[in-house]
Write a protein that binds this ligand. Structure first.
Ligand SMILES: Nc1ncnc2c1ncn2[C@@H]1O[C@H](COP(=O)(O)OP(=O)(O)OP(=O)(O)O)[C@@H](O)[C@H]1O
Ligand SMILES: [Mg+2]
Length: 484
């Protein structure tokens, strides 16, 4: 018995490969689309001066705290440094940070994209936060500080900064004390990589996680699917093995509506057809054997019994009423009984073929006819559903009459018989290659009877075509209906 097991080169690995190959590019496309969209929103939000506002808010806060943080005249900048670090941390917060709506991008990035510094009047850096070995803050130059000092609108000065693979924004905001400007500045720099750069070069925990998920998901679902499919294939294989042994009691019985279910139903149907075909073949073989025996008995034993009876009668007549003659009487009676009983046995042996499928009955009639007529036969016979018994008998009479007409009137050497089935109708054609009918009107009752029989069938149509020298053709067709 064949049982399918998931194999390495089988469905499991193919499905797993298929899942990974399909889902990986899909994932990359979806991830890229989301990233590009989020980064665009973020950078346009920052461009629409949210960085300026954050810097101004920071400068106001720092200005308020300046006396406490700086003290008077001391060089110690630790407090400034602490405030700056705390401020940068606050700006990264998802809510209330730099850009509350776009905080997702800041969380997404592995490196902090913000750097800040407190710059003195002489552009000396008092405190600095952010930046690392790969990213040195682009601190304001002496010129930039001088220009900021002279600028008219002194709330927030945007400095230039550009790079192909980063969006860079630099903002300088003057600090204000109670007596006006203190001369110091709060400087902030934002450096966000382009979405593509982020996707390709920045390592994040997401990609390995998603990749691992894909592998696990792909393997798990393919193992599950393959086990499910192979289990159903095993059912099919088991049933097919049973059928090949001639056991048609086994059915696949897969009721699901998918392709395997459809295939299973087709195979179940095929097994039923095969079973009835085998049965009718077996019946046919038995019947053919019975008929051969009957023919042999008829041609040998029955003829000899007949001849014996004739000889006994002759001898009896010759002997007359003598003692010998009367002794022959029981012998002759016995021979007659033998003839009679043999006749009965032969009738039984030529038992009715009514149990056979209709197509087989037609074929047998035609073969018997060919046997007696000596003409050759061409068949084109489809399996057709069983008809009502009376209709089958009627059609067989039509076949008999058409073949008998061929023998009596056509002189044909060959007859083509076709029994064809379409979705709704059956057609039966008997065509000969004889000399054809010159005039069928003067005939007997055969054609009329055939027409009447056929027209009594559901949707029955009868046609007889013939012209001299071109043979004759009887065409019958009728509609298939559920047996009545
Ligand atoms: N296959 C054929 N080839 C040539 N002529 C045919 C063929 N079938 C029928 N005919 C012609 O059609 C006539 C009518 O046939 P139909 O069967 O009605 O009568 P029949 O065979 O002569 O007599 P009945 O069938 O009553 O014994 C026939 O006499 C014959 O001339
Ligand atoms: Mg006839």
């Amino acid at each position: 018995m064949t049982v399918f097991r998931p194999r390495l080169r089988g469905l499991v690995s193919k499905l797993a490969l298929f899942y990974v190959l399909l889902s990986l590019p899909t994932l990359i496309v979806v991830e890229s689309a989301i990233l590009i969209y989020e980064f665009q929103r973020f950078t346009s939000g920052v461009r629409a001066s949210s960085l300026d506002h954050a810097a101004q808010r920071g400068a106001r806060e720092l200005s308020g705290l300046w006396p406490h943080l700086r003290g008077t005249g001391t060089e110690d900048t630790t407090a400034l440094q602490l405030w700056l670090d705390a401020w940068i941390l606050r700006l990264q917060q998802p809510h209330g940070g730099l850009t509350p709506d776009e905080s997702y991008v800041l969380l997404e990035l592995t490196e902090v994209p913000l750097g800040a510094a407190i710059v003195g009047a002489d552009s000396r850096v008092l405190a600095q936060s952010g930046g690392d070995a790969n990213w040195l803050l682009d601190l304001p130059t002496r010129d930039e500080v001088a220009r900021a000092r002279q600028a008219r609108d002194r709330s927030a000065i945007e400095l230039s900064g550009s790079s192909d693979s980063y969006t860079i924004q630099r903002v300088l905001v003057p600090l204000e004390g109670a007596a006006g400007q203190t001369g110091e500045f709060l400087f902030i720099e934002l450096r966000v990589p382009s979405p593509w750069r982020h996707l390709l070069f920045d390592t994040s925990f997401e990609s390995p996680t998603v990749f691992a998920f894909l592998i696990v998901f792909g393997l798990a679902s393919s193992i599950f699917l393959a086990a499910w499919v192979t289990r159903r294939l095993s059912h099919i294989a088991r049933a097919a093995t049973a059928w090949s042994r001639g056991d048609f009691s086994n059915r696949i019985d897969d009721r699901s509506g998918d392709e395997i279910g459809g295939l299973s139903r087709m195979l179940d149907g095929m097994a039923l057809d095969l079973r009835s075909l085998l049965r009718s073949r077996a019946q046919l073989a038995t019947l053919a054997e019975r008929q051969r025996l009957a023919r042999d008995l008829h041609d040998t034993v029955k003829q000899k019994a007949f001849a014996l009876n004739l000889q006994l009668a002759t001898v009896r007549r010759m002997l007359g009423d003598s003692a010998g003659g009367s002794r022959l009487e029981p012998a002759q009676r016995l021979t007659q009984q033998i003839q009679q009983e043999l006749g009965q046995i032969l009738d039984e042996m030529r038992a009715s073929d009514a149990e056979l499928p209709f197509a087989e009955r037609v074929r047998m009639r035609a073969n018997d006819w060919a046997h007696t007529s000596g003409a050759s036969l061409g068949f084109a016979i489809d399996d057709i559903p069983s008809l009502a018994p009376a209709d089958e008998d009627s059609l067989l009479r039509v076949v008999d009459e058409a073949l008998s007409n061929v023998l009596r009137h056509s002189g044909a050497q060959h007859v083509d018989l076709s029994l064809r089935r379409t979705a709704e109708r059956v057609s039966l054609v008997i065509a000969d290659n004889g000399h054809g009918a010159s005039d069928e009107s003067g005939g007997g009752m055969g054609l009329r009877n055939m027409r009447e029989r056929v027209e009594a069938l559901p949707g029955g149509r009868f046609d007889f075509e013939s012209s001299p020298g071109r043979g004759a053709r009887v065409t019958v067709s009728f509609r298939i209906e559920e047996p009545r």
